[in-house]
Design a protein around this ligand. Structure first.
Ligand SMILES: NC(=O)c1ccc[n+]([C@@H]2O[C@H](COP(=O)([O-])OP(=O)(O)OC[C@H]3O[C@@H](n4cnc5c(N)ncnc54)[C@H](OP(=O)(O)O)[C@@H]3O)[C@@H](O)[C@H]2O)c1
Ligand SMILES: [Zn+2]
Ligand SMILES: [Zn+2]
Length: 352
């Protein structure tokens, strides 16, 4: 075992602060990674502040971070996929049983025995897993991804959660040329959704509550931008969408978007507000519309997404920050004031 510098929260109301945590020595199938960048996902904030207490209560101290890009510094003797010096990524999962139906279908995110990257039992060291707001991490090779060398590492880090969480449902629901796709909420997830929907060839419409993001939405690849608090603008799109991706992190009126779907249209929720959403039965039954959810993506699909990003030169638009600015970044994220993902430069931990 060895000590690494990290940032953790001591309680739901504490600021994140410098600490030290323990990592295991790599086993024969493990990869030891020096973390270069870690994106800040809104899920980190939900978890740190225990906003999902009914579903996934937070264990303190909590070291979040599941958008990790780094360099391999050591590999176990049985590791064949990676070598020292490789640019690699780790997302929301660090282990699963590998032999349940979900794992066999490449849907590790639904494995009953999965180990998320932080806040759930660590089968090696006891306690809970600690995430990417740290100098290094040791991960079973099945859960380590190759990051294409042409991608900027700071901008690639958010692909490991925001990227796969939006890519997976867009692919699942057949978003492609000739389809009309909406993305609700231009945050970390939303802006990746726009880039992917555009790259897949769909007519892409962004719904935002922030008038100041209109120009950016067009630059990111949107064909149209709708201010969702303007009823007239919303009305123009009634019954017209094949698919809408809802990436809003707070309570909002889902029915306003269900009404925009055409026959057999689907709206998929990836945002995870802590309170239940009220869904109107008539909104769904009138045009055989469907409402579903989606959770990150499996490992093979995450690699597919990274390769797609390599081919299309897609990364997140990031504001790179030193870890010392983490609490400020959280406050700005609550105000939807991020352009469009914070990425922590982990070299800043060295001065702690
Ligand atoms: N399903 C999964 O696997 C998965 C994976 C990762 C994250 N998540 C969840 O997805 C959500 C979004 O994460 P994120 O990191 O993209 O968050 P984020 O960067 O904070 O973006 C959320 C966006 O939602 C919009 N928004 C915020 N408050 C709103 C309100 N009161 N009403 C309407 N719109 C509002 C804002 O966009 P505008 O300014 O454009 O309106 C904001 O930028 C979080 O709940 C997160 O936990 C789920
Ligand atoms: Zn996330
Ligand atoms: Zn499994």
């Amino acid at each position: 075992m060895y000590n690494v510098k990290a940032y953790s929260a001591a309680s739901a109301t504490s600021r994140l602060a410098s600490t030290k945590i323990v990592r295991r020595d790599p086993t024969e199938t493990d990869v030891q990674i020096e973390i270069l960048f870690c994106g800040i996902c809104h899920s980190d904030l939900h978890q740190v502040r225990n906003q999902w207490s009914d579903f996934m209560p937070t264990v303190y101290p909590c070291v979040p971070g599941h958008e990790i890009v780094g360099r391999v510094i050591k590999t176990g003797s049985a590791v064949s996929k990676f070598k020292t010096g490789d640019l690699v990524g780790v997302g929301c999962l660090v282990d699963s049983d590998g032999d349940c139906p979900a794992c066999k279908a490449g849907l590790e995110q639904f494995c009953p025995n999965l180990t998320p990257t932080y806040n759930l039992p660590d089968k090696h060291l006891g306690g809970v897993t600690y995430g990417g707001y740290s100098e290094s991490i040791v991960v079973e090779q099945r859960f380590v991804l190759h990051v294409p060398a042409n991608l900027n590492p700071a901008g690639a880090a958010p692909l490991l959660c925001a990227g796969i969480t939006t890519y997976s449902p867009l692919r699942h629901w057949g978003v492609a040329k000739g389809k009309k796709a909406g993305v609700v909420g231009l945050g970390g997830l939303g802006h990746m959704g726009v880039k992917f929907a555009h790259a897949l060839g769909a007519h892409t419409v962004v719904f935002t509550t922030s008038p100041s993001k209109k120009e950016d939405a067009l630059r990111l690849g949107a064909d149209e931008v709708v201010l969702s608090r303007d009823a007239n603008e919303m009305q123009k799109h009634v019954g017209s969408f094949d698919f809408i991706l809802d990436a809003v992190a707070a309570e909002h009126d889902i029915n306003a978007y269900i009404n925009l779907l055409g026959i057999d249209g689907n709206i998929t929720l990836v945002g995870a507000p802590d309170k239940p959403l009220g869904v109107s039965a008539f909104g769904l039954i009138m045009r055989r519309r469907s409402f579903s959810g989606s959770c990150i993506g499996g490992i093979a699909e995450t690699q597919e997404m990274l390769n797609f990003c390599g081919e299309h030169n897609i990364t997140a638009d990031v504001e790179v920050i030193p870890i010392q600015k983490i609490n400020e970044a959280y406050e700005r994220m609550v105000k939807s004031d991020v352009k469009y993902r914070f990425s922590i430069d982990m070299a800043s931990l060295k001065s702690e």
